[in-house]
Structures are given as structure tokens and as C-alpha cells.
Design a protein around this ligand. Sequence first.
Ligand SMILES: [Zn+2]
Length: 202
Amino acid sequence: MAGVYAGPVQDLIDELGRLPGIGPKSAQRIAFHLLKLSKEDALRLARAIAEAKDRVAWCTQCFNISEGELCGICADPRRDATLLCVVEEPRDIVSVERTGEYRGRYHVLQGAINPIEGVGPDQLRVKELLVRLEDEGVSEVILCTNPNIEGEATALYLGRLLKPIDGITVSRIASGLPVGGDLEYADELTLGRALEGRRVVD
Ligand SMILES: [Zn+2]
């Protein structure tokens, strides 16, 4: 597909094609859709991207998205600091929050172990997780990674890493979630049950 279109059009297609889940055909379709928009509409999208990149950063504690140093959850003193729910992405926090079953805090790994894509523990926020366990008086870590190959591999790795630490229980959300899926596709009732039915990792 490369180089079929001239300069800026091809640049746009290339950039869109780098987005997750967008193949070359979709990239081309979206690019031509954007070109057909009024300048005002197209620039609104560009501005929304620029503004989000300017104003939103990572929470320095849990790596959720945040407009300040700490995200709303880390800054909330009513959250139970002894419970730490480990998720892959900030959007997973939204899924868990929707269940209304969880009052602890979170830690966002910003990905999952994926050898094919070259993602190992060093590319994730694992070191930061270990520091938090020492500093924050956590007594239970709930591994809430996705029920797919990468999420299970990540939970297995973290389970082995964290289990030997004194004074910390490591648990994994119960099965019963759609296998191979992402947490964001689970309804809040199912995810709430999976949280409630979490099992201690052995
Ligand atoms: Zn936070």
C-alpha cells in the first residue's frame, strides 16, 4: 500500500494505520473520510488530540490518566489503601469502577506481557508496583488483567513475583469472564462477580 498516494494523503494514511486495530484499508477509508469533512470539523479532531496530549498525563502513583500529579482515585482518602487492583490499561479502571464493588486503589501496568510484540515485564510498570507494595501498606493485590493469553501470562508472572512477599495476599479475579476477551467487554455484573469470587494465587 505504501506510496500509492501523494505526500500529505499518504502521511495521513500511514499515521492512521499505526493506530491499534486499524489496518491499511481502514486507514485509507478514514483518511478519505477526514478529507471530505469541513476544515472546521477536521481541525476539531486535531485540536482534541493536541489538547488531550497537553493536559492529560499519567498519575505518578498508579499510572492512570490524570490531569494533575495524582488521579482522582489516588487523591481520594476514602479509598482503601490496603487493597490494590492491578490492571493493564486505564480503561480497565473504568470497567472495575462500573461494578460498584471495589473501594481500593489501582495500579496500571500500561500493557501486558506479549513476547511476540517484544513486551516483557521491563516494559510494564512492574518496578513501580514493587515500590508501592513497600510504601503503601498494601495487604492484598488483586490481579485483574484480561482473561486472554497476554493477560493470563502477566497474572502468572506477577503471581510468582509477588507471592513470596511477606504480609501480602495475591489473588486473581475468578474465571467466568468471556475467555479471550477484554475486561472492557464484560458487563458490570459479570465483572463484579469475578472480583467478588477472586481466588488466592497458589
Ligand atoms: Zn492514581
